[in-house]
Design a protein around this ligand. Structure first.
Ligand code: SDX
Length: 430
């Protein structure tokens, strides 16, 4: 990587800052010694201009609207590969050979069952508990069962924990859904591929033969590829920060799930579908566009805008295409929510406010309609995001653990609270 320096002048002193270039993307200024040399911190709430790490996994060009997993464009992976191939790529850095793919698929398939005692956690929840609450609890509890893969200093244990997480997340998610709707759990089947097995565990019931629709399974698999990883987003940064303390991988993934739940992040797919349902009809769109523009109204168009993409989210384009495929396959010819979504997108892309602020549909804008057409309730949308993003969290966690520069993450602050003062006995307080 090429590098030259930048200088910082503080008072009458000039400091050199090392400038580093990556393969592609913006250069960085290394400020890791800044406080030690100058006594000042940098200040960047929300980390809008801060790189937290060096990574080789995923690259986003927000201006171009491109997304690369280990250098491969998301559109090529989504169209030509499958989700477990993407998992292998994100984890190990290269596309697998046929033998490597067969071995990886076999290992994942043969770790999809849960320890039988874990099924008892579900009965402790209310039936109407949000499935994301169940996911936080059950995934965190994995570390109570799999002690032989919690030593993060052991590469073998890290690999075992990674395979277990990838393999068991669909089972845990499907069981959360079944518990939510009061149906019996369906155990994983080794004769089905990853996405088909997930749909089977969600929608099959013991009393009747269930055939997974291959078109819907392919759509589910592609949706998982689209959600697999996305640089240092909020939940991935949460997983890295939790992992930097040496916490076990299951606890780190549970922390990522908790962060993903927020409506500004992974919860946006649920919020976007609820918004489309609230708008209801095309003629009510102008009212919501006006609200989105109103600075005094906290309302935001859910599924629009992105911290990095200042162009169309490439995943949204593929998701829109998948949405049409799924609707056609399930025989939904007229979908009022899709009509509202398409018209809302058309208006927003022409509206000066959204154009100026570079607000485009993101992955969450069409995913809700698609997942709803697949048969999932809105409460399951972020769960599906978590199932898909687990590989990204695991790959980023593994990269962080194996980074020789890795140390515990501990940001500083700009303190604006009270200066030191003496205690006042309660009898003397006014
Ligand atoms: C995901 O980081 C990732 O990579 C995340 C993700 C991933 O794969 O991990 O891509 C997944 O989280 C996608 C984003 C899903 N969230 C939503 O769809 C929720 C709605 N979007 C917004 O909340 C917002 O766009 C964010 C949170 C996504 C991004 O917010 P930023 O980067 O902090 O931008 P901002 O809030 O500073 O907004 C910039 C301006 C503001 O106006 P001003 O203060 O400059 O006047 O744009 C406005 C905002 O008010 N704005 C919106 C808007 N999003 C931003 N106005 C109306 N509707 C919106 N959706």
């Amino acid at each position: 990587m090429s590098s030259d320096s930048a200088t910082l002048t503080l008072g009458n002193k000039v400091y050199d800052l090392s400038r580093k270039s990556g393969t592609v993307g913006p250069d960085v200024l290394d400020i890791s010694k800044l406080y030690g040399e100058t006594g000042v911190f940098t200040y960047d709430p929300g980390f809008t201009s801060t790189a937290s790490c060096e990574s080789r996994i995923t690259y986003i060009d927000g201006e171009e609207g491109t997304l690369l997993y280990r250098g491969f464009p998301i559109s090529q992976l989504a169209e030509q590969g499958d989700f477990l191939e993407t998992c292998y790529l994100l984890l190990y850095g290269e596309l697998p050979t046929q033998q490597q793919k067969a071995d990886f698929d076999y290992r994942v398939t043969h770790h999809t069952m849960l320890h039988e005692q874990m099924t008892r956690f579900y009965s402790g929840f209310r039936r109407d508990a949000h499935p994301m609450a169940v996911m936080c609890g059950v995934v965190g509890a994995l570390s109570a069962f799999y002690h032989d893969s919690t030593d993060i200093s052991d590469p073998h244990q890290r690999m075992v924990a990674s395979i277990r997480m990838i393999a068991k997340m669909p089972t845990i998610a499907a069981m959360a859904y079944k518990y939510h709707i009061g149906q019996p759990f369906m155990y994983p089947r080794n004769d089905l591929d990853y996405a088909a097995n997930f749909l089977y565990m969600c929608f099959a019931v013991p009393c009747v033969e269930y055939r997974v629709n291959p078109v819907l399974a392919r759509a589910m698999d592609r949706i998982m590829i689209l959600h697999a990883d996305h640089e240092q987003n909020a939940s991935t940064s949460t997983v890295r920060l939790a992992g930097s303390s040496g916490a076990n991988p299951f606890a780190c993934i549970a922390a990522g799930i908790a962060c993903l739940w927020g409506p500004a992040h992974g919860g946006a797919n649920e919020a976007a579908l609820n918004m489309l349902a609230e708008i209801g009809t095309v003629d009510r769109i102008p009212e919501y566009i006006a609200r989105a523009k109103d600075k005094d109204d906290p309302f935001r168009l859910m599924g629009f805008g992105h911290r990095v993409y200042k162009n169309y989210d490439p995943r949204a384009k593929i998701m829109q295409k998948t949405c049409h495929e799924v609707l056609a396959e399930v025989g939904i010819n007229d979908n009022p929510l899709l009509d509202v979504a398409l018209e809302l997108e058309r208006i927003a892309l022409e509206d000066e406010f959204f154009v100026e602020k570079k607000l485009y549909p993101n992955i969450d804008f069409y995913s809700g309609i698609t997942l709803s057409a697949l048969g999932f309730p809105t409460t399951m949308f972020t769960v599906l995001f978590a199932v898909s993003r687990t590989i990204g969290w695991i790959a980023q966690w593994k990269e962080m653990i194996e980074d020789p520069q890795q140390k515990i993450g501990r940001p500083r602050q700009l303190y604006t609270g009270a200066a030191q003062r003496d205690y006042v006995p309660i009898s003397m307080r006014k």
